[in-house]
Design a protein around this ligand. Structure first.
Ligand SMILES: *Cc1c(COP(=O)(O)O)cnc(C)c1O
Length: 348
């Protein structure tokens, strides 16, 4: 007999209504274009099984992952031909997999274009580099015969600085428009979350928001529009009284200067709650701040319960995960805060 273990003492709640709201806002801001969804890295750490049906039911029809290994997680929820694999095919086995399953490889180089055609061809997407110098065919390769031979569904490019005012945005737009004129494709796509705010010229046919679907606010134009999607709750696994002069945690970086009622809480850096929160962050209970004492451990953090002395072992408290604010406190990007969330959460 196999017995299921009890639920863990840390949980990640996904607000379905907020996720749906965010997709709708970004879709509306995309104007004539339809918003798709970047769902790579397990929907930015939040859980593909929970997030994908919400995005699909809201109206998304184009889903972007980075790796081939991410495809099986999407197939129970959306048709294979709506899935694009951004890293593209590295070899014949990748091409065979894409063809057998029916997902689209994103072709990123003339070499990949040749590989895709030689192994049988078929519908694909095509990335052109317009100035980021990451993935995509070079501008000069737009006229190559291997590129013209492709059956391209979506022609894509990616903005390097959409979240700031930069001359690069317009330069990339101009280059992308040139590529659109030169390369036959059914649809075109340039904008990520922040790119959607740059105006209708940047929207084309499909937009590819990721971060802002999940509550991220990468630029001022999205402030007040995007709702928080993920909330984190953790249980107190032990309460203890600490006398003045005693120290707390690894390397004794905190010394009590008064009697302290402390709570030991079940979240640590192995769960993505990094040491950068130590010494400045606070957990919360009903609005009251519970400052973090000393270093974050792998599986635990210790907090000062003075603001909520009634808390007991087994009680749940919150990790503040409003992304723009949390990014300030932890010194991490909003992207990092989402994608580092570990495997031990009960995802609700
Ligand atoms: C990750 C990614 C996106 C989504 O970007 P956000 O900034 O999270 O909105 C869009 N397009 C490509 C190619 C990506 O790699």
């Amino acid at each position: 007999m196999s017995l299921n273990p009890p639920a863990p003492a840390l949980r990640l709640r996904l607000d379905h209504a907020a996720l749906e709201h965010n997709w709708r806002v970004l879709n509306a801001m995309s104007g004539e274009a339809r918003a798709g969804a970047a769902v790579k890295a397990n929907a930015y750490g939040l859980g593909i099984d929970a997030a994908l049906p919400v995005l699909r039911d809201a109206g998304a029809r184009d889903f972007f992952v980075a790796h081939w290994g991410e495809v099986p997680g999407l197939l129970p929820h959306v048709p294979a031909d709506q899935i694009s694999v951004l890293h593209g095919p590295l070899n014949a086995a990748d091409c065979a997999y894409a063809r057998a399953v029916g997902v689209k490889p994103v072709i990123n180089s003339v070499h990949q274009a040749r590989l895709w055609q030689e192994t049988g061809g078929g519908r694909c997407d095509l990335m052109i580099d317009t100035g980021m110098n990451r993935l995509g065919i070079a501008h000069e390769d737009a006229a190559a015969s291997e590129i013209a031979a492709l059956d391209t569904d979506v022609l894509l490019s990616h903005l390097a600085s959409a979240d700031e005012e930069s001359a690069l945005n317009h330069r990339q737009l101009v280059r992308f428009a040139q590529a659109c004129a030169a390369i036959p494709a059914r649809r075109r796509s340039l904008a990520n979350s922040a790119g959607i705010t740059l105006g209708p010229d940047y929207a084309f046919d499909v937009t590819r928001p990721g971060l802002s679907l999940y509550g991220g606010v990468p630029c001022p134009a999205l402030e007040g529009q995007i709702r928080q999607v993920a909330t984190i709750e953790v249980a107190i696994i032990q309460c203890r009284d600490i006398s003045p002069g005693e120290t707390v945690g690894y390397n004794a970086t905190f010394t009590a200067d008064r009697p302290i009622r402390a709570g030991v809480v079940s979240i640590g850096y192995a769960d993505g709650f990094l040491r950068s929160w130590g010494g400045k962050g606070a957990l919360r209970s009903h609005g009251a701040a519970l400052p973090i004492l000393g270093r974050i451990s792998m599986d635990m953090v210790i907090v000062d319960l003075a603001a909520m002395p009634s808390l007991r072992e087994g009680d749940w408290i919150e990790v503040p995960y409003d992304l723009p604010e949390a990014a300030q406190v932890a010194g991490l990007t909003q992207y990092e805060l989402l994608t580092i969330l570990g495997q031990r959460f009960q995802r609700l």
